[in-house]
Design a protein around this ligand. Sequence first.
Ligand SMILES: [Ca+2]
Ligand SMILES: [Ca+2]
Ligand SMILES: [Ca+2]
Length: 375
Amino acid sequence: MKKLVLAVLCAMVAVGAQAQKPLTDIQVREPGYKVFQFPRNMIPRIDGEFSDWDIVPDSYIVSMDQMWDDSGKHEGLDKSSMDIKVKVGWVEGLNRLYFYYEAYDNYWDFDQLGLRNDTFEIVVDADLSGGPHVDEFRINQDAMSRLEAFFKLQNVHAQNYHIFTPPTEGKSWTMAWGPQQWLKELPYANYAYDYSFKHGESGKLRFEFYITPFDYASPDGGPAASTESKLYVGKKIGLCWAVIDYDGGPGNNGFWNLSKHHQMYGIANEECLFTLEPLEARFRKPIEAGWSHQVIKDTRTVAFRDESWGNVTSWLWDFGDGTTSTEQNPIHTYAEDNARYVVTLYVKGPAGESRLCKVWDVSVMDPTDPNWRPY
Ligand SMILES: [Ca+2]
Ligand SMILES: [Ca+2]
Ligand SMILES: [Ca+2]
């Protein structure tokens, strides 16, 4: 099977640069892998100390067993040459993907300053836009040079990072493969390594980092002109990685890929599917009240939304103006302009009860009302 894939890839390379690889063999599909949700009081600290990852169950580990050497240098796995374990996490409210990376290599090759360096290459397409994001795969090859494509589309709707494992002293931690070099700096990314080997030695490397995926990473406008990918429970994202193992000889000693497709590095629909998991029940109380609200602009009408956790069988809203509702998601019109409403939701269920009170979060004003008065 691997030989067949290789033969197909080789045949396509042989057809020449004009031929486009058809974007038909979609790899981003179920069941895919899971992204662990960290509670907000247990966010991993990027410090090179890894106990903050112990709460991630083994079922979230993506290991070498899911990967293959698409360069054809190894028949099957060779964990004596390269063996990795990866955990991916996220935090609700932060548009960041956190990674724990643990690798054994028989020969850590990292004394050079260029691209030749043991590498963990990751690619992310958090809105599943698919499509090419590396200049060589641009669609309109006759009309656009590779260089133009680099400055127009590279890393724009999906991002590729060649992370050096490790970088040698005095070398930037990653090559963010596009014109948006701010992607690899705080607050969009951070990293910390732990290892004790020297170049040419074997050993174990541990490494934690986060990146911020972008639906649109502006090639020339900087972060202010760009759009972060919004992360939320249940969201499905495209994500993939490969380990490029250099072991001292000429060329590399394997391109260990999580995708079945070598070109996943530049064609986003060849990545893998990852799902952002909900917070596990052990981090929550059995029942937790939660709600949000939205004011219809320039009115006193507010839409309240129940966001409680657990098995809830009854709701009681106190709108803070002397009125209440037992609807789950009430719409309430206040009689008076006010910026000082105290609103409380009480919920009950078989596991108990809970409430959430918000002081002065809800404020309304109707400027068209001739009787409106500032408080
Ligand atoms: Ca840490
Ligand atoms: Ca190796
Ligand atoms: Ca190596």
